[in-house]
Write a protein that binds this ligand. Structure first.
Ligand code: DGL
Length: 248
């Protein structure tokens, strides 16, 4: 009977938990928002690795058998270290450049992610594999994490913040945009409003959820729990976390 720990720098990882629960509705989850230290995207890899260790220790102390790093920035900075230092399995985020590269018709793939993700070797390697096949245009989703943490998902201010990072990708010809940060799917309705019809947005969360199911099965961990549900924890105030959870 597995307990699945899930963490992010804030509430963004709920977009991953949502997809996981579609596949594992009878499982038990502990979700940890490290929002006292959010955003991770502008911090050093060392800082994000230290926080990822601290959150892992806490989730393990609460009985987690497997941990989902529902944060692209923490995956890029820390997952190799976590896997080397801990015995439990970790499932991380993959920037969905591969499905984007095979789906684009214009030959231009847009990637929206944090600064930490875009400069990480993990992302640069992935990108390098597709550099010959497609053009990759990137932008940091500047201010996106703050919008989500402030629950500002559809105001005129939110629209102008989202437009400022998305429009340059569209102007470069991107017809497929990778959501490379787990906060960004909460801004998808705004992005769809801004982008012309036919632009596709790719959220890697469903693929991560499928990977988690494989990892549970391989580790011999039961999918169902006798006490299914989600425990929500945060290092800072948990108001946003609880609100976003109710509208998932
Ligand atoms: N949600 C995170 C990610 O997927 C991090 C956002 C941040 O804290 O900067 O990258």
């Amino acid at each position: 009977m597995a307990t699945i720990g899930v963490f992010d720098s804030g509430s963004g990882g709920l977009s991953v938990l949502r997809e996981i629960r579609k596949l594992l509705p009878e499982s038990r989850f502990i979700y940890y928002s490290d929002n006292a230290y959010c955003p991770y995207g502008e911090k050093t890899a060392e800082f994000v690795t230290d926080r990822s260790r601290a959150v892992t220790d806490l989730l393990l102390s609460k009985g987690a058998d497997v941990i989902v790093v529902a944060c692209n920035t923490a995956t890029a900075a820390a997952i190799a270290t976590l896997r080397a230092e801990y015995k439990v399995p970790f499932v991380g985020m993959e920037p969905a450049v591969k499905p984007a590269a095979s789906g684009t018709r214009s030959g231009v793939v847009g990637v929206l992610a944090t600064a930490g993700t875009l400069r990480a070797p993990k992302y640069l390697n992935t990108k390098g594999q597709y550099a010959d096949a497609v053009k990759i245009a990137e932008r940091v989703g500047k201010g996106f994490v703050e919008l989500v943490e402030n629950l500002d998902l559809d105001s005129p201010h939110a629209e102008s913040v989202v437009r400022a990072s998305l429009q340059p990708l569209l102007d470069e010809g991107a017809d497929t945009v990778v959501l490379g940060c787990t906060h960004y799917p909460f801004l998808l309705p705004l992005m769809q409003k801004i982008a012309p019809d036919g632009v596709r947005f790719i959220d890697p969360a469903p693929a991560v959820a499928r990977r988690l199911v494989d990892v549970l099965d391989t580790a011999g961990l039961a999918r169902e729990s006798s006490s299914p549900g989600v425990e929500l924890l945060a290092s800072g105030t948990d108001t946003t976390l609880r609100k976003l959870f109710t509208i998932l």
